[in-house]
Write a protein that binds this ligand. Structure first.
Ligand code: BDR
Ligand code: CA
Length: 293
């Protein structure tokens, strides 16, 4: 099995990613660390706990950064994911739910140190926690799979994708760690439509579908399509089934200037394995099967 930690800011597509990991027999989910991003750290942490309860997972949740390394602005994706990050749907948080007493970075360090096999990290939010982890643990992560970046352009600004833009300094640091990068150029090609969502079955499948209300409206308003992008689930698919995406190595960096290009991917000195292609139909079928009971 693959020892895995997911660093996340749930978020509707993060919910699909967490569901995929907990429902995949090849994974040993060692924990979930949270980060600000789509909504505030309070919401993302609570959402991670609510989702793991829904998914029947006892993996620990450790709370992480509430803001970017050096920045003043906080991102805000409430218009995409709803005010609470999950389309305002009241998933229950069982009363006895505990939070790990350690900060996310401490949790990551302890878990990496105490696990014999190399730990894979799937980073599907802003990269603040991971950049901090690297202050002491550079070279000690098994595989680092990041959802983020736009090669041909962004989704939050014309140049930048949300996760890299939300903490460009952290992203720059993390690019030195030879990550696998799953950019929006590919995740956009892996959109799922209304029929795909509505045919998910089982408690988990139907609950996931119900969480997409606000998210689906957003895509309809913004792009005129009845379907959603499940960016983070595409990255987690690669984390748990290495090679399901086809990657190509490029030398890249992240723009950390204060201008309009902040958070953009630029040519640079860091080798990054960029996911560029996949069998989209097969990936959709794989996700559908895992997320339905
Ligand atoms: C990324 O930004 C977030 O809104 C999503 O959860 C995903 O991680 C896509 O750009
Ligand atoms: Ca995310």
């Amino acid at each position: 099995t693959i020892p895995l930690i997911i660093d996340t800011d749930p978020g509707v597509d993060d919910a699909f990613a967490l569901a995929l990991a907990t429902r995949s027999p090849e994974v040993d989910l060692l924990g979930v660390t949270t980060v600000f991003g789509n909504v505030s750290i309070d919401h993302t942490t609570r959402n991670a706990q609510r989702l793991l309860a829904l998914l029947g997972s006892t993996a620990p949740v450790a709370r992480g950064a509430d803001r970017a390394l050096g920045e003043v602005h906080l991102p805000d994706a409430r218009r995409v994911h709803g005010d609470d990050g999950l389309s305002g749907k009241a998933l229950t948080l069982p009363e006895n739910t505990r939070i790990d007493p350690r900060d996310a970075v401490e949790f990551l360090r302890d878990t990496i140190d105490s696990t014999t096999a190399p730990v894979t990290i799937a980073a599907i939010g802003p990269l603040t926690n991971i950049a901090r982890l690297l202050e002491t643990h550079a070279g000690r992560i098994g595989r680092l799979v990041i959802m983020g970046g736009g090669i041909a352009g962004g989704n939050v600004t014309p140049a930048a994708e949300f996760n890299l833009w939300s903490d460009a300094d952290a992203a720059h640091r993390v690019f030195a760690e030879r990550p696998v990068l799953v950019p929006i150029d590919l995740t956009r090609r892996c959109a799922v439509d209304g029929a795909w969502l509505e045919s998910l079955t089982g408690e988990v499948g139907t609950t996931l579908e119900s969480l997409t209300t606000r998210y689906r409206e957003f895509y309809l308003e913004a792009n005129g399509i009845d379907g959603i992008l499940i960016h983070d689930a595409v990255a987690v698919a690669e984390a748990i089934k290495p090679g399901i995406l086809t990657t190509c190595r490029h030398l890249l960096d992240v723009n950390t200037s204060d201008g309009d290009s902040r958070g953009a991917i630029v040519p640079g000195a860091f080798p990054v394995d960029v996911a560029e292609d996949t069998d989209v139909e097969a990936l959709r079928a794989f996700l559908h099967q895992r997320l339905s009971s």
